[in-house]
Design a protein. Structure first.
Length: 281
């Protein structure tokens, strides 16, 4: 079977840097409990491997007791202060991605300049929640899957995107917003690695009869990649290739592989080997 891997795939530099930092911490502080402010990689096997090395993935700041690693998609200022003032926390390693820090900086700056902040992102995603909590008295979250429901009664707005959102959806919502206020400032804050991944899966989807999208079932950017692929061809989202029902491969000429920014390389390679050698019975 013909198989092609999308040009831009797998770990982005932000997630890679966070993993490298965590591995360093695991080596250096083997006697300590290590806490990460949520799942670093959306893969059960990788999470299990870290858990066996004394790492706990938890958003419950009150239980932190040892070394804390702040993951790439960041936290709010209030949460950071709470971690700092926890007497049981011995050291904080902050791996917040520069793309996320930029949004925190800009949203606060625009509030000072009198703008109401509109964040297009998922309310429950830790990244969007972090932005919102920092400027909550002056901000509104629009969920891409829900669209525009109720808008604030203000004159000036500054619009931001969660770094992992679908760029076509962002354009759609922004188009609707610009006619609603006297002044609309738009900040393109979807990160470059995510845009490149989205563009490369669109290209590949147009050539394939099936796209297999690899990533955790709770990975927001993987779900978005799957939806994007599904606009152009048949698409299926699995965590590991072993979860793919082989029935779906019957009659397929070319299969493409895509993966979210938190999918380890070995999962991509494993899928490639399986599909390359797949012979329908
Ligand atoms: S997806 Fe983008 S913003 Fe998030 S960690 Fe990766 S590079 Fe940074």
């Amino acid at each position: 079977m013909e198989v092609e891997i999308a040009k831009d795939i797998g770990f982005c530099f932000g997630v890679r840097k966070a993993i490298e930092s965590l591995e360093k911490v695991v080596d250096e502080y083997s006697e300590e409990e290590i806490y990460v402010t949520g799942e670093l990689i959306h893969n059960k096997d990788a999470i299990k491997k870290y858990e066996e090395s004394n790492v706990k993935f938890s958003q419950n700041i009150d239980e932190y007791n040892g070394i804390v690693v702040i993951r790439a998609h960041g936290i709010s200022d209030e949460e950071r202060e709470k971690i700092k003032s926890n007497p049981n926390v011995k050291k904080i390693i902050d791996t917040t991605c520069p793309y996320v820090l930029r949004v925190h900086y800009l949203t606060k700056k625009m509030v000072k300049e009198g703008y109401h902040i509109i964040i297009i992102g998922e309310k429950d995603h830790p990244e969007t929640r972090g932005y919102y909590l920092n400027v909550k008295d002056n901000s509104t979250v629009i969920e891409p899957s829900v669209g525009i429901k109720e808008l604030p009664k203000v004159k000036k707005v500054a619009v931001f995107a969660q770094t992992t959102m679908n760029y076509e959806k962002f354009k759609e919502i922004v188009k609707e917003l610009v006619t609603e206020f006297d002044e609309t400032r738009i900040f393109m804050t979807i990160c470059t690695p995510v845009i490149n991944r989205q563009k490369s899966v669109v290209e590949l989807s147009k050539e394939c009869d099936l796209m297999v999208v690899l990533g955790g079932y709770n990975s927001s950017n993987t779900k978005k990649l799957r939806d994007l692929c599904a606009k152009y061809t048949k698409a299926v989202h699995v965590e590991r290739i072993s979860q793919l029902n082989p029935e779906i491969l019957k009659g397929k000429r070319k299969v493409g592989i895509a993966a979210g920014t938190s999918t380890p390389d070995w999962i991509i390679q494993e899928a490639y080997e399986f599909l390359k050698n797949y012979a329908p019975s």
